[in-house]
Design a binder for this molecule. Structure first.
Ligand SMILES: CCCC/C=C\CC(=O)SCCNC(=O)CCNC(=O)[C@H](O)C(C)(C)COP(=O)(O)OP(=O)(O)OC[C@H]1O[C@@H](n2cnc3c(N)ncnc32)[C@H](O)[C@@H]1OP(=O)(O)O
Length: 241
C-alpha cells in the first residue's frame, strides 16, 4: 500500500477512508502480507492533516477521528502480516502507522520518526501510547513521549523503533519481504492468533473506550487555546517554506 497524497502524505479524511477501504480489500482477498510505504522520496507521512483539526466542521472532524480509529483497528489488529518501508520522515500519525505494523525498515538519511505531540501541547491518546509501548520498552516510550523525541535513523534502530536500516526504498521493500518470508514455514493461523493475543489488551482498551476517546478529541479540537496553538503551528510550518 503506497501513500500518495503530495506533498507530505498528511492524513486527511479522504486518505484515511481510502486506507480503510484498502485494508478491507487486503483482508478480504486473503493476502498473506502488506507492505506500507510512500510515493514521496522524503516523507513517509507527516501525520494527521492539521487542517482537519483547525477550525473544524464538527460533523467532519468526528468522522475524521472515527475513521482514524478504524484504520488503526484494521492495521494494528490485522490477521495478515504487516511491514512498513519507511522511506522518509514519519512524525506523529506517520509514526503511529509505522508502529502499527509488525516490522519497520527505514531508509538511511536525514529522516526522523517519533511521536511529537507534547511539543504541540497535545497529549497523545492512550492507543498511540499503547502502540508505542508495543514497539519500544515502556521506559523509553515514556521518555520519548514526554520529551516529544524525534529519533534519527540510528537512534530509532538503537531503541528498537525500527528493525533495520535500508539504503533506499527498493532495499527497504526487499528487507520487508525478507521479514515476510520468515513466516513461510510457520502455520498462518498460529502466527495470526499469537499476534492478536499480543495486541489484544491495546485493542480492547480502545474498543471499550472508543466513544470516550472520540469525546476527548472533540473537546480538544473545540478548545480555543488548542486552536490558537494549531494556528501558530501551521504558521510556523508555512514560514519554513
Ligand atoms: C488529541 C489529538 C491527538 C492527535 C494529535 C496529533 C497527531 C498528529 O499526527 S498531528 C501532525 C503532526 N505532524 C507534524 O508535526 C509534522 C509537521 N510537518 C513537518 O514536520 C514537515 O512537513 C515534514 C518533516 C514532514 C516534511 O518536511 P518538508 O518536506 O520540508 O515539507 P514542508 O514542511 O515544507 O511541508 C510542505 C507543505 O505541507 C504542509 N504540511 C506539513 N505537515 C503537515 C500536516 N501534518 N498537516 C497539514 N499540512 C502539513 C506544510 O505546511 C507545507 O505547506 P505549504 O507551505 O502550503 O506548501
Amino acid at each position: 500500500m503506497t501513500l500518495q497524497r503530495p506533498p507530505v502524505n498528511s492524513l486527511n479524511l479522504d486518505l484515511l477512508k481510502e486506507m480503510s477501504k484498502s485494508l478491507d480489500e487486503i483482508a478480504k482477498n486473503k493476502s498473506k502480507a502488506m507492505i506500507l510505504t510512500s510515493a514521496s522520496p522524503k516523507v513517509f507521512s507527516a501525520g494527521l492533516d492539521i487542517m482537519e483539526m483547525y477550525k473544524p466542521d464538527l460533523k467532519r472532524v468526528e468522522e475524521f477521528w472515527t475513521t482514524l480509529q478504524e484504520v488503526w483497528f484494521k492495521l494494528f489488529g490485522s490477521n495478515f502480516i504487516t511491514a512498513a518501508a519507511i522511506n522518509g520522515h514519519a512524525p506523529a500519525g506517520g509514526c503511529l502507522l509505522a508502529m502499527s505494523c509488525e516490522y519497520r525498515v527505514m531508509t538511511g538519511g536525514n529522516f526522523s520518526i517519533g511521536l511529537n505531540e507534547t511539543a504541540l501541547g497535545i497529549v497523545a491518546p492512550n492507543w498511540f501510547m499503547d502502540t508505542m509501548t508495543n514497539t519500544i520498552p515502556v521506559r523509553e516510550a515514556e521518555y520519548a513521549l514526554t520529551t516529544a523525541r524525534m529519533f534519527n535513523v540510528e537512534e530509532a534502530l538503537k531503541v528498537g523503533l525500527i528493525d533495520e536500516v535500508a539504503t533506499d526504498k527498493d532495499d527497504a521493500i526487499a528487507k520487508c519481504k525478507g521479514f515476510i518470508g520468515k513466516f513461510d514455514r510457520i502455520p498462518a493461523l498460529a502466527r495470526s492468533i499469537t499476534k492478536l493475543k499480543m495486541r489484544q489488551a491495546a485493542i480492547k482498551r480502545l474498543q471499550d473506550g472508543r466513544r470516550e476517546d472520540l469525546n476527548e478529541f472533540l473537546q480538544f479540537v473545540q478548545n480555543p487555546k488548542i486552536q490558537k496553538s494549531l494556528e501558530m503551528y501551521i504558521q510556523s510550518l508555512k514560514k519554513k517554506a
